[in-house]
Design a binder for this molecule. Structure first.
Ligand code: FE2
Ligand code: FE2
Length: 375
């Protein structure tokens, strides 16, 4: 059976990955919106097979039960957070994530230290806000997986992840509210991705979208901020969240390995395209267009430069450090004439393919283990 070749236009809604006009054509969300409704097209499945069929998942379930923590009592919420001092200290380690001289000839050229610090403060609020919204996406997705996955061991595990994700939404929301004075609406590209994941009727797509792609990226992003930040509350909060997050990615990898091994080329192609689309949406979101808007900069003036900013590129690539090896472990890179490998080559992230995958790595992130080394 031949597999239809779909082009970027059909998968992403634009032919050129770097078409800034097309990226900006999707309007930013309404900051005053309170509810967002998505159709969840899936069957809830009971299973009457209560046997221990998947010991790997059951081990993860046992780990999850002993790895629980209480966000209210385990984190030092009485820490005073001075956002300006904190981002200024962190700037030394990461700058603003951008190369200032790269923006000569745009209104950003006139920015002095004050504007760059303001930008970094907004960027911090924006990033943590996207983490919070993504965590809510994970909460909904995991509740959905509990219903839709046909395996008993996976239902048990997924139920623990629901509680984990509730805690994650709780800590980011509280940190933003109490320590940073509020956050940002969900980024439009992240929202599109979460909508697609929830909307899909195939249970494995929830896993692929959330556990492998969104959480794979989150694990890398949290790890990066954890290493850089000197703010003690944020650092500890991230450390706790990462200990859960590593289990979640392992849950995705362990579950999908079994399913994908038995899939036809055509079915795998759908998964490869989904993984690619998710990668591009996440890359689009990291241009943080809402922050530029709040800084009074016309996004059209800067986004083409952001796409080519060398500092940003390194950061953006690092975000794929977990996703690429996990896709490889699932067999998604090289099926169908290495279709996804070629897409990752175009995105400049294929170099991570032989890094450690997250199928077993979660033990290193456990709270009683040494603090994890991240990339
Ligand atoms: Fe989470
Ligand atoms: Fe998670």
């Amino acid at each position: 059976m031949s597999i239809t070749e779909r082009e970027n236009e059909e998968i992403l809604g634009r032919a050129d990955l770097n078409d800034v006009e097309a990226i900006l054509a999707i309007p930013t969300g309404d900051p005053n919106e309170i509810e967002h409704i998505v159709k969840d097209n899936a069957d809830a499945i009971f299973t009457w097979d209560y046997s221990l069929a998947r010991p790997g998942l059951r081990r993860l379930y046992e780990k999850a039960k002993t790895g629980q923590w209480n966000a209210t009592t385990d984190l030092p919420w009485d820490t005073d957070v001075d956002l300006e001092a904190s981002v200024s200290a962190d700037l030394a380690a990461m700058a603003s994530g951008l190369t200032a001289s790269h923006y000569d000839g745009t209104p950003v050229e006139k920015w002095g230290d004050k504007e760059w610090t303001d930008f970094a403060m907004e960027q911090r609020k924006w990033s943590l806000s996207q983490f919070m919204h993504g965590e809510q996406g994970a909460l909904l997705c995991t509740a959905k997986i509990t219903e839709t996955v046909p395996w008993y061991d996976a239902k048990l595990y997924a139920s623990t992840q629901v509680v984990d994700e509730a805690r994650h939404v709780e800590v980011f929301a509280r940190y933003l509210d109490e320590k940073l004075g509020g956050g940002y609406q969900i980024n439009t590209h992240l929202r599109m991705l979460l909508d697609d994941i929830i909307n899909d009727s195939r249970w494995d797509m929830t896993y692929l979208g959330m556990q492998v792609m969104v959480e794979g990226l989150a694990l890398a992003a949290f790890g990066n901020m954890y290493q850089i930040t000197t703010e003690p509350l944020l650092k500890q909060l991230l450390r706790y969240v990462m200990s859960d997050e590593a289990r979640h990615v392992a849950f995705g990898v362990l579950s999908l390995q079994e399913v994908y091994a038995g899939m036809s080329d055509a079915e795998i192609k759908d998964r490869q395209e989904f993984a690619y689309e998710a990668s591009v949406r996440m890359r689009d979101r990291f241009m943080s267009q809402e922050v530029w808007e709040r800084m009074g900069i016309n996004t059209r003036d800067v986004l083409p430069l952001v796409l080519q900013d060398p500092t940003r590129e390194v950061f953006q690539q690092m975000l794929f450090a977990k996703i690429v090896p996990n896709c490889k472990k699932l067999g998604l890179l090289d099926r169908n004439d290495s279709w996804l490998r070629h897409r990752f080559e175009e995105m400049g992230v294929i170099q991570f393919e032989d890094m450690e995958d997250t199928g077993e790595e979660y033990t290193k992130f456990a709270l009683d283990a040494e603090a994890p080394a991240t990339n």
